[in-house]
Design a protein around this ligand. Sequence first.
Ligand SMILES: [Zn+2]
Ligand SMILES: [Zn+2]
Length: 446
Amino acid sequence: MWCNTCNIETNNEKCPVCGELTIEEIPTVVHWCANCRVPIIGSKAYEKHLCPICGENASYLASDIRPVFPEERLLVELLLEKEPNTYINSPVWVANNRYYIDGKATVLPNTLLRESNIQRTVDLLDKFSHQNSYEFFNRNISLFIEANKTRLDTIVYEAHNFIRKAAELFQEENIVISFSGGKDSTVTADLTTNALSNPYLVHIFGNTTLELPQTLEYTKRYREDHPQAIFKVAENKEQNFLEVCDDIGPPARMMRWCCSMFKTGPISRVINNLYRNEQILTFYGIRQSESVSRSKYNRIEDDPEAVKIQQQTVASPIFFWNDIEIWLYILTREIDFNAAYRLGYDRVGCWCCPNNNDRAQYLNRIYLPEKSNRWRDYLISFAHHIGKPDAETYIDSGKWKARQGGNGLAAADDVKIQYTNCTSEEHSKIYRLTKPMDDEFLNMLT
Ligand SMILES: [Zn+2]
Ligand SMILES: [Zn+2]
């Protein structure tokens, strides 16, 4: 157990010093060996971190980072107005928009992304990408793998035990891997298949119909590479995304119906058809660092959202892993992964999701120009329609994502919920139902 306030290890649920609740896992930190030019994953419980390769003292770098592949590195060079391929022989890592080039931090401001000349960048990428190479990158990653071997062995051993223990109570045909095409579910699927030595496990892929092309390509390769796996695709075939937008307005952060109507809903239907009332165990790739509130997700639990459908237990073998550990696993085992990460996407999901960050929107403009332009045009006409005076700014600044409710669209009155700001707590809402609860409504909340 670990107290995040006092930074001490303890055996108690509550910190003996400050009385705060402690967390199960001791957090990891990333150190940098300037000698070997690699990050070293270490425990927060130790102050000194020696590089396992050269024995030199490694210094603190960040709490978590992910690798920057050569494709993204070139794009960043262009954005920073460096000569293309300047850093071709430098290790580059990133945490959010803070890039670590050879261990030194450079921030890439979001304004640079918003104001950059897209066409010019596309032309330059076109011109210089054939001079780009993975030669140094691969050599450096080999060292990174060597330096962090012990760490990987430890977490894989722990994850395998977790999976086997969770699976004990279930028949193997009642075990499901939730597959999204993202890095977390890639690692979860590989860990689970190996821990249970079972290549026949059921995979369910929720195709939102709003996936990045790289996600669909990767999913196709995955199926070809895992011919024994039972692979089910969950897809909403009844509804069309833009038509729903016309009816109730585009999704917003508070109303992410794109994810629910096109992902969680269809997945639940597939599970329901396959298993009826049987008990099932789903392995999925949720991580503590990403779950919104710690109370909402535990590492293993009976899914409160799924209770309405059937008895489902959900478990996450990688719950305590951070980004660098996910990548350490993928790169060490040399497993295939979604190529969108090479371009610089830090998460993959619906490409038009209101939860996407500035980075994803920028990358869409570069790599998915037709769809992203059409979507922008659509949003601007929507903004006009609901009477926004400065429609383009309203869209480009991202204010549309903060919308609450349907905003003036006729059908939005039917959207079944109304709410006011909760008076006692800033971030909570009081919902008042205008119609009886049904599945569609429940899906909107998930
Ligand atoms: Zn404490
Ligand atoms: Zn070293």
